[in-house]
Write a new protein. Structure first.
Length: 327
């Protein structure tokens, strides 16, 4: 039986943080079972940074370097940049003719995000921003993907994608499968200050942070504020370090909790253990990344090769679409 086909993408926002690591590990696992397409959504990055585009190209290269270092394998998966495949834009245009405006206006994230950006003094009331989920539908359907690994926040976009596929198939002829969402068990790690992890809060930990930065970030993690002296009994459930231990030091977790509650371990020592656990995981990734960056031009080659393979599939879909629409 043919393998199922997976597609997923990320906007190139620069270096990745460890919140992305579980997403990438999931992609890496999916490579074993599926034909995978992974791409840098650089046109999507324009929706919020159309005034300041200077870093988009470089960010794609950095992000894809990170992907390769974590273990995405260009021999097995098609790794490419959205803007290299113009067919996404053609399909998006054709879809824009058949989608009712109300479908886009009612996407729950739309009004929220416009509001959020407005509060930051940014106006994103653009045509492109409204159309973001439709371009995403084109990204997915152009490869006739069966499933899309996404986080929960993307479910409304995937639902819209399925509706567009259904409408097209019904109106013309059945070209598109209705892709399902593969909800990944993404571990939601807080930032070091216990807010949502985000580069804009500077509370994130880079996957490829060097040893000094890593130490600084671990030191900045918020612990139980009720502990003043190191033998005060602690409450691990309110502590960021504890949340990280639960993911990165699972075998030591029970012991740490117990010692914390009894006031037998100080936060400084506890953070030192955290730093060691993180470094054990991140050091080999850093090494892999260095090997990759030492091969000059390698990432560009991967993307060029990926574009060739992606284009082959995308142009076949467009042939079917044009035939179905008789244009
Ligand atoms: N919207 C996605 C995000 O912000 C990125 C994206 C664009 C995507 N096109 C996609 C994800 C297609 C999956 C499939 O994370
Ligand atoms: Fe957090 Fe560890 Fe301090 Fe307990 S001992 S509060 S788990 S850092």
């Amino acid at each position: 039986m043919a393998k199922g086909r997976i597609l997923s993408g990320m906007r190139p926002t620069g270096r990745l943080h460890i919140g992305h690591l579980s997403v990438l590990e999931n992609w890496k696992r999916l490579q074993e079972e599926y034909d995978c397409f992974f791409f840098s959504a650089d046109w999507h990055a324009l929706t919020t940074s159309f005034e300041d585009t200077g870093e988009i190209k470089e960010n794609t290269l950095e992000m894809v370097t990170d992907w390769l270092a974590v273990g995405l394998d260009p021999e097995r998966s098609v790794i490419f940049t959205q803007s290299d495949i113009k067919e996404h834009a053609e399909l998006h245009l054709l879809f824009s003719m058949i989608i009712p405006l109300s479908w886009l206006e009612r996407v729950p994230t739309y009004k929220d995000q416009v509001q959020q950006f407005r509060e930051q003094g940014k106006d994103i009331m653009t045509y492109g921003f409204l159309g973001y989920p439709l371009l995403q539908a084109a990204d997915i359907l152009i490869y006739r993907a069966d499933a899309v690994p996404v986080g929960e926040d993307q479910l409304p976009h995937l639902e819209l994608c399925r509706e567009v596929a259904r409408r097209f198939n019904h109106m013309y002829s059945p070209v598109f499968p209705e892709p399902r969402a593969l909800l990944s068990r993404v571990r939601l790690l807080p930032g070091v200050d216990n807010r949502k992890m985000s580069k804009s809060y500077a509370n994130d930990i880079g996957i490829f942070a060097g040893p000094d930065e890593l130490r600084k970030k671990v030191n900045a993690m918020i612990t139980d504020p009720a502990r003043i002296r190191k033998n005060d009994p602690g409450h691990p459930e309110v502590c960021v370090v504890h949340k990280y231990h639960s993911i990165y030091s699972p075998s030591e977790l029970a012991g740490i909790e117990e010692q914390c509650r009894r006031g037998e371990i100080g936060c400084v020592a506890c953070k030192k253990m955290m730093h060691e656990s993180l470094d054990r995981i991140l050091a080999p990734l850093r090494e892999r990344r260095e090997e990759i960056t030492a091969r000059r031009g390698y990432v560009r080659e991967v993307l060029a090769e990926g574009a060739l393979k992606a284009r082959r599939e995308a142009s076949e879909t467009m042939r079917m679409v044009r035939e179905a629409m008789k244009i």
